[in-house]
Design a binder for this molecule. Structure first.
Ligand SMILES: Cc1ncc(COP(=O)(O)O)c(C=O)c1O
Length: 457
């Protein structure tokens, strides 16, 4: 009997495993065959894959809604590349580091094409509202809260969420909601220099009797120290353009613009816990074109006012956009956010690691200081890796740094666009890899010329 047991054990185990494998395959294949075969989505999928397969020589992308040449979509090339297939490099062209277009994340999404693609039927959510009578997807709201809890960059429990057409829309909705609507004098809107120009531009454009832009917070405080006036302060943290983690200067009513409060740009030192916080998909996943932002609001009255603003202007964000954002955020939170944030952080870190030595050789140009801080998300002490490099021209006579950089074929955004002096220029580090490589090359040339001229003097 013992011998029987001994000889049967091996073959019996093998037979049992084989039966299990066969049953599993049967179950899996059965499940697939139960699904209806793809029909109406096949043509759309084929079209999407057709443009995605166009390589554009690695220096551009083709899109279904892009220009057509002889009935076929053609490539849209990155800066300094041209030709039908983007293979022609223009060596004399100026590198454009002006805009904050976050194309740096494009390679991640191409690597994650299958998980991030969305198919939208012709009848997808034609209604103004979702079935719960709201204009915001509850599933998307759930993922946004999950994302903040995962990254640890903001408290969202017990707070209201509002979606906007980009965070740009929410900036003004916030000013409207916080301004005193019955007062005889308008609320004063301030931000500390250097500040993101949209705060000023939107407020000036709307020319409201309820609020007006008053410029730099510090200056305002200095001139109005004894005055008990109504103030709304934008606190941009990390700041655009210099990446600084700003604190309020005035206190009181504040709008925290956290567009860049993600591990790729800054160490996450703890969750932000403020009355009014604004985030954007643009600088999180790089999808500026999707136009999606959200506000996290503590106070119910303020929330109601923001919702009223959103309802009156747009009746909410496009349902197509919300579906796409949901799909993207599902990828972001996969494996506790590790693949996504590893990619985004390493990309920014690499760009800073390569640019910093260039500026350390220069006495003509200086850039912002970065200090190591503990990042609770990455669980390490690290430097910030801001979206922009804030360059200062140090020579007395070079008080327009934009002109100096232009002469070296580098286009940046002048300090005066941020309420600062033109001795400063902002250069974007979040554009495509091609554009970054060219920027690095041009800056290296500028600095090496400077060193050469020192020796020849
Ligand atoms: C600080 C800051 N806030 C808000 C925005 C607006 O972002 P979006 O409207 O794309 O969400 C930007 C864009 O560059 C920004 O830099």
């Amino acid at each position: 009997m013992e011998i029987m047991k001994k000889y049967c054990y091996g073959p019996c185990l093998l037979i049992s495993i084989s039966i299990n494998i066969l049953l599993s395959i049967n179950l899996f294949v059965g499940k697939i065959s139960e699904r209806p075969a793809l029909s109406w989505s096949v043509k759309a999928a084929a079209e999407a894959e057709m443009v995605a397969a166009m390589s554009c020589s690695g220096h551009g992308r083709a899109f279904l809604d892009g220009p057509i040449y002889e009935g076929e979509p053609i490539c849209e090339c990155y800066g300094c590349y041209g030709g039908l297939d983007c293979s022609e490099f223009n060596p004399g062209c100026a590198v454009d580091a002006d805009s904050g277009d976050p194309i740096f994340m494009e390679p991640f999404w191409m690597q994650n094409a299958a998980n991030s693609a969305v198919v939208i039927s012709g009848w997808h959510r034609m209604s103004y509202r979702y079935s719960d009578n709201t204009v915001m997807s509850t599933e998307l709201e759930k993922y946004i809260r999950k994302l903040h809890a995962l990254v640890g960059n903001a408290i969202t429990e017990g707070r209201y969420l509002v979606f906007g057409v980009g965070s740009a829309q929410l900036l003004n909705a916030a000013v409207y909601a916080l301004s005193s609507q019955n007062s005889s004098s308008p609320s004063n809107v301030v931000a500390s220099v250097p500040y993101f120009s949209l705060y000023q531009d939107q407020t000036v454009l709307l020319n409201s009797k309820n609020f007006q832009f008053e410029g730099d917070s510090t200056l305002w405080k200095l001139n109005n120290s004894t005055n008990n006036m109504d103030v709304i302060e934008f606190v941009t943290s990390p700041n655009n353009p210099d990446g600084e983690l700003k604190e309020p200067i005035i206190g009181g009513k504040t709008i925290y613009d956290h567009a860049y409060l993600w591990p790729h740009f800054t160490p996450i030192t703890g969750p932000s816990d403020h009355d009014f916080m604004i985030f954007t998909l643009s600088k999180l996943t790089g999808h500026a074109g999707v136009r999606f932002g959200w506000a996290v609001i503590k106070d119910k009255d303020v929330y109601d006012k923001v919702m009223n603003y959103i309802h009156l202007f747009d009746f909410g964000v496009s349902k197509d956009t919300q579906l796409r954002v949901l799909k993207l955020l599902k990828v972001v939170v996969e494996s506790d956010g590790k693949p996504f944030f590893d990619f985004s952080y390493n990309m920014m870190k690499d760009r800073w690691d390569r640019l910093t030595p260039v500026f350390s050789k220069s006495t003509r140009f200086s850039i912002q200081q970065r200090h190591p801080m503990q990042c609770n998300f990455l669980n390490e002490t690290r430097l910030a890796s801001p979206a922009y490099i804030w360059v200062k021209c140090q020579r007395e006579e070079e008080d327009d740094c934009g002109v100096v950089l232009n002469a070296g074929n580098v286009i940046g955004r002048s300090g005066s666009s941020f309420g600062a002096k033109d001795r400063y220029v902002r250069l974007s580090l979040i554009k495509s890899q091609d554009e970054f490589e060219l920027l690095l090359q041009r800056l290296t040339e500028l600095v090496s010329l400077e060193n050469r001229s020192v020796y020849t003097v």
